[in-house]
Design a protein around this ligand. Structure first.
Ligand SMILES: *[C@@H]1O[C@H](CO)[C@@H](O)[C@H](O)[C@H]1NC(C)=O
Ligand SMILES: *[C@@H]1O[C@H](CO)[C@@H](O)[C@H](O)[C@H]1NC(C)=O
Ligand SMILES: *[C@@H]1O[C@H](CO)[C@@H](O)[C@H](O)[C@H]1NC(C)=O
Ligand SMILES: *[C@@H]1O[C@H](CO)[C@@H](O)[C@H](O)[C@H]1NC(C)=O
Ligand SMILES: *[C@@H]1O[C@H](CO)[C@@H](O)[C@H](O)[C@H]1NC(C)=O
Length: 209
């Protein structure tokens, strides 16, 4: 158990009224899931352990979750990121790469993503962001779906190329809206077997690379 030195205790009581956000980080095969009331500098594991309320998560007990608040993930390799993110529902996400080994190209599918912030090359490159939709009317409701004029369910799905964290290149995104069938629109898309073909939905498909 960590004992909090008094300066931290003072900060903790000062910020108690603020809304907490979720920070998940991985270090030496350990996954920590934290609730933080202050912003912690990226990849500062010690400070996160000190300032946030963190629990260790066992990979075997991890389930696909919906994150209705802002989620930050610090990661060092794709295997853990994939466990945490592939086919998870999160609308406001920040990803910070804290490793040094270049990442392979893998594609992660994320449901409901509207805002993404990316911090790559271990902070030696300015933070970049992508806003897929700035509509915030459903922030409180289901973070995934809302109804458009045609009374169809609007569903956001994003595909993120994990190799984007390697270089100094600009973060790019490309969205295709009003997709009624992902399998018909993108026959060779990865994971297309996951998407049902005949449903009453309008997809916004975004590629982030
Ligand atoms: C992290 O904690 C939040 C609640 O604080 C929970 O909703 C979420 O499922 C947890 N995520 C993991 C991967 O354990
Ligand atoms: C917010 O996080 C702090 C620790 O950072 C914790 O003590 C407090 O209970 C949390 N508040 C809520 C509402 O979860
Ligand atoms: C993501 O999930 C899909 C469907 O479960 C799976 O086929 C794919 O291998 C996963 N991708 C990664 C990079 O984990
Ligand atoms: C599609 O679903 C919406 C509710 O999600 C419903 O109001 C509408 O009638 C449905 N349309 C068709 C053609 O099934
Ligand atoms: C969306 O697609 C449907 C049929 O695929 C079409 O009737 C409708 O006009 C399109 N809406 C927009 C906003 O492009």
């Amino acid at each position: 158990l960590v004992k909090f030195p008094s300066p931290c205790a003072a900060v903790r009581s000062f910020v108690r009224s603020q809304k907490n956000h979720t920070l998940i980080f991985t270090k030496e095969n350990t996954i920590r899931n934290c609730s933080c009331s202050v912003d912690i500098r990226d990849c500062d594991y010690c400070l996160a352990n000190l300032m946030c309320n963190c629990k260790t998560v066992l990979p075997s007990t991890m389930e696909k979750t919906t994150y209705s608040n802002h989620l930050t993930i610090w990661f060092t390799d794709t295997s853990v990121l994939e466990m945490l993110l592939n086919f998870t529902r999160v609308w406001d996400l920040k990803l910070s790469f804290c490793g040094t080994t270049p990442l392979p190209t893998e594609y992660l599918a994320i449901w409901g993503l509207r805002k993404l912030r990316v911090n790559k090359v271990k902070g030696r490159f300015p933070e970049q962001s992508v806003t897929i939709s700035s509509s915030s009317n459903n922030e409180k409701e289901d973070s995934l779906a809302m109804h458009n004029k045609d009374r169809q369910m609007l569903v956001y799905i994003s595909f993120l190329d994990t190799s984007l964290f390697n270089g100094y290149s600009l973060l790019k995104s490309y969205s295709v809206e009003n997709v009624s069938s992902i399998t018909e629109h993108f026959p060779s898309l990865l994971y297309s077997d996951v998407f049902s073909t005949s449903d009453n939905k309008s997809y916004v498909v975004t590629f982030i690379y």
